[in-house]
Design a protein around this ligand. Structure first.
Ligand code: ADP
Length: 289
């Protein structure tokens, strides 16, 4: 069991389940509608908490009714929110998600009007309370200051960074973490059709990090510190139900394995198995059972 802090966002997800993804300008009726808490960092924490880790979240919330649902969900999963930065104005980030029953794909329209977590709040956290720190690679400049602080004051503290989307300057964060978690979206946006190409390029910027890249139904790839590469196929569920947050669940699987000092190769397989299980169910409850 590890004590894990994640810095990133919590969102409100409004999910419409439709039979088929609609064409533009169409009007369709949703089969079901559900409102859930989402956001990469908090999703990953919820899964880590199911595995028995002691989880804390550092992020922002606006003082408005929708924040209550988020807070209640985090409390239900025993996630400590004492480092949360409460803001008097704004709206919690909201994702409007269209989930296609036929393909399991999720199409997202995102709205946010909330500042990112500040360095001042981060500086107030006692990092000696933690065994692992995970960052959602969002606000590059501020995240860099946070990473600098972690590596300078607590060089022994393992630290991971999720790189989900191309953001200007995000590469300048690569030298700091012990673990880089890339997405296929990021790899492709950098012009790579294979994770290995991305790893080759990133290696120069992150000479000592473990590199991982999820590849949807193509499974996932990793490269260890000695340059050995690994691949796991995906583990398709009996019926594909919902791929929303599969990447967050996969990242939780990787952190869960490495925080327990399991080998990268085995951890990669276990994380893909966990993410596959998630794709066979709605939501991210009960994944550790
Ligand atoms: P994201 O949710 O960020 O789009 P991916 O689509 O890359 O992330 O999925 C993350 C992981 O989830 C993959 O590495 C894979 O192990 C698993 N996964 C994703 N889609 C499927 C699928 N259709 N069947 C089985 N496993 C899947």
């Amino acid at each position: 069991m590890a004590r894990i802090l994640a810095v990133g966002i919590a969102t409100l997800d409004i999910i419409n389940l439709v039979e088929d993804y609609p064409p533009e300008d169409a009007e369709v009726r949703a089969l079901e509608q559900e409102t859930r808490r989402g956001g990469n960092a908090t999703n990953t924490l919820v899964v880590l908490s199911q595995f028995g880790h002691q989880c804390s979240w550092a992020g922002t919330l606006a003082d408005e009714p929708d924040a209550r649902l988020i807070r209640a969900d985090l409390a239900r999963h025993a996630i400590d929110t004492s480092a949360v930065e409460w803001l008097p104005r704004g709206k919690v980030p909201t994702s409007y998600i269209t989930l296609s029953q036929r393909s399991g794909s999720r199409t997202i329209v995102h709205y946010r009007d909330l500042p990112e977590y500040s360095f001042e709040h981060f500086r107030a956290i006692d990092l000696t309370r933690f065994d692992w720190i995970h960052f959602e690679g969002r606000n590059v400049e501020v995240t860099q200051r946070m990473l600098e602080r972690v590596t300078k004051l607590h060089p022994e503290l393992p630290c991971s960074l999720e790189v989900e989307k191309p953001r200007p300057g995000i590469e300048q964060l690569f030298p700091y973490p012990d673990l880089l978690l890339f997405s296929r979206v990021y790899a492709r946006a950098c012009g790579f059709q294979r994770a290995e190409g991305l790893f080759d390029r990133v290696r120069a910027q992150a000479p000592t990090a473990q590199l991982v890249c999820a590849w949807g139904e193509g499974g996932a790839y990793a490269r260890d510190r000695d340059g050995r590469g690994y691949h796991t196929p995906a583990f398709p569920p009996p019926r594909l139900v919902d791929t929303l947050a599969a990447g967050d669940v996969f990242n939780a699987g990787i952190i869960h394995g490495l925080a327990r000092k399991r080998p990268l190769e085995l951890t990669l397989i276990e994380a893909a198995r966990l993410a596959g299980r998630k794709c066979g169910q709605q939501g991210i409850e009960g994944l550790a059972d």
